[in-house]
Design a protein. Structure first.
Length: 191
């Protein structure tokens, strides 16, 4: 009974993780910073740049600014149009690895329980307690079925956690100073 409850709890936990992952919305990459005359900084994606107004999208909201409100506009291209673009491999569902480990542990415990019940059934058969031996064999068979089902769930979670996704990143050069005042050039990834 405890095993069934534990397996149900793990399935519910795995399902809630899956739905939470499915509900996450990929955030937009900000490509423009607008410095307003009042000192406010707005970061977002430029939708349109006209002679009199600028339209920006910030976190699914659209804002319009008149040119008189804007102090300066900084875009990725103005920061480093020649910045190197690289392709990286990400694993966005790596958190499913925890489910793979948990289900693997449950599988191991179930197979261990099946082995213990089979050994005890053999001892009961030797001592002519056949009804008790049959009950233990049934428990061992059930534990083995639970072990295989959790092993399959573990393999599925592992498979989901290792789904790769290719993404492009830009590498911008960054100037900084060392502790003794010398200028240093560093490469910095942006996400």
């Amino acid at each position: 009974m405890k095993t069934n409850l534990l397996i149900c709890a793990m399935l519910i936990l795995q399902a809630s993780t899956l739905s939470a992952t499915a509900q996450t919305i990929q955030t937009e990459r900000t490509d423009t910073r607008v410095y307003l005359s009042d000192g406010t900084l707005v970061e977002g994606t430029m939708v349109e740049k006209g002679a009199e107004i600028i339209i920006m999208r910030v976190e699914q909201k659209v804002f319009t600014f008149e040119r008189t409100e804007i102090d300066k506009i900084v875009t990725l291209e103005s920061l480093g149009g020649g910045a190197k673009t690289i392709t990286v491999t990400e694993f966005p569902y790596i958190s499913f690895m925890g489910g793979a480990v948990a289900f693997g542990l449950l599988s191991w415990l179930q197979f261990d329980r099946a082995s213990d019940n089979e050994q005890e059934a053999d001892l009961n058969r030797v001592h002519q307690q056949l009804s008790r031996a049959q009950k233990l064999e049934d428990k061992a068979s059930r534990a083995r079925a639970y072990g295989w089902s959790t092993a399959v769930l573990s393999a599925g979670s592992l498979g989901v956690s290792l789904i790769p996704r290719k993404a492009t990143r830009r590498v911008f050069p960054e100037l900084s100073t060392s502790s003794d005042g010398d200028l240093m050039l560093q490469m910095k990834y942006t996400f």
